[in-house]
Design a protein around this ligand. Structure first.
Ligand code: SF4
Length: 371
């Protein structure tokens, strides 16, 4: 299924190139200024794996204790995936991705230009704001060498406005989850198509889904919050749907953690807006957000959504996420909230053992009452 998805993305990339003359950039997780790519008419195609066994020999160059995201992405790109794009962008998400970004070209795994983006860590201060602005401008200059033209400020303002609209639509779908008569499979399919669609196409699909929001909220047998990395394998969502559970609060790095929870009003200077946006997202371990701040945010999300259980779904060997798992467990256990920790390896299917644990957890949460 995922392989069909890859083929479909290749077709989409090729169509964008033929019809609109758009070059494509493969982008590794997690955070990056997509507005710049949009303003420069570059199609961003995110690479979250893909799931399943690594699809190429380059995986052998990676130590076995490195996460499957890095291993699979490198193998996929080196085994031909990069042929469809014009460059590969590595955000400085973690040491593993940073290491691959530095080494991939050196050991001949990637032939396309590799670009790097260093997002600011720590809170917003004059110094970090200045750093973010300089880094954003540096990325735009690097991309200009790919497109052959400099970034136009008016186009950047337009792209920022478009992405703010997308944030608003995604925010509404996530916060009004109980008002959407759609399965989690359907909702997440739509949200995750934003990983490769041209943003205006993604906005149209989000608008179509938002039009189905109802005035009244539906009763949910087992409302859950999920915190973690990426909703793979997709059979996890199928299992939750089948068990009568619903994700009413999302803190997946690939999904809810990249949605602005508060509207941001653009300033006259698009670069200043862009720098502001670099600090405006929900707390993320890869931003160096203080743990207390993140716990407080997740606590608020849990309470506002009336979730009754928390699933922490992390990728094996993902240090940034795993370091904070014990604190999350302790915090929600103190609230008497059931917590299930799933550590997966980007498999194509949910293992029988994980499925059994999920079933037992959903049943246990369901037995504690209805909301
Ligand atoms: S899963 Fe974790 S360790 Fe792997 S690339 Fe993402 S942040 Fe880095």
């Amino acid at each position: 299924m995922e392989r069909r998805g890859s083929v479909m993305r290749q077709d989409y990339i090729d169509t964008q190139r033929q019809r609109h003359g758009r070059k494509a950039v493969a982008v590794l997780p997690i955070h990056y200024p997509k507005e710049i790519l949009t303003a420069m008419d570059l199609l961003a195609v995110e690479v979250w794996g893909p799931p399943g066994p690594a699809r190429g020999h380059a995986a052998a160059q990676i130590q076995p204790y490195v996460c499957a995201i890095v291993r699979n992405a490198l193998a996929f790109l080196a085994a031909g995936g990069e042929q469809h794009v014009d460059a590969v962008l590595f955000p400085h998400t973690c040491d593993s991705l940073q290491g691959v970004a530095s080494l991939a070209a050196d050991f001949g795994a990637l032939r396309r230009p590799t670009l790097q983006y260093l997002h600011p860590k720590g809170g917003r201060r004059d110094s970090t704001l200045a750093f973010a602005t300089a880094e954003l401008r540096r990325l735009a200059e690097t991309l200009a060498r790919l497109t052959g033209h400099a970034l136009d400020d008016a186009k950047l303002s337009g792209a920022i406005a478009l992405h703010l609209e997308i944030h608003a639509l995604r925010r509404r779908l996530l916060t009004e989850r109980r008002h959407l008569p759609a399965s989690d499979v359907e909702l997440y399919r739509c949200l995750r198509r934003g990983e490769f669609l041209w943003p205006a196409d993604h906005r149209a699909e989000l608008e179509a889904l938002s039009a189905r929001l109802t005035k009244d909220a539906a009763a949910v047998a087992v409302p859950l919050m999920v915190s973690g990395y990426v909703p793979e394998p997709r059979t996890l969502l199928e299992a939750l749907d089948r068990l009568g559970a619903r994700i009413v609060a999302d803190d997946y790095a690939a999904v809810g953690r990249r949605v602005l929870r508060q509207p941001v009003v653009p300033e006259a200077d698009p670069w200043r807006t862009l720098a502001t946006l670099a600090f405006a997202g929900p707390p993320c371990p890869t931003f160096g957000t203080p743990l207390g701040e993140r716990l407080s945010y997740l606590d608020g999300l849990f309470t506002a959504s009336k979730a009754r259980g928390l699933v922490i779904h992390v990728v094996k060997f993902c240090d940034p996420e795993l370091f904070q798992v014990p604190a999350l467990q302790a915090h929600f256990a103190a609230k008497n909230a059931p917590v299930l920790v799933l550590e997966t390896e980007l498999e194509e299917q949910l293992s029988g053992q994980t499925q059994t644990r999920l079933e037992a957890f959903v049943e246990m949460v369901g037995n504690r009452g209805v909301s």
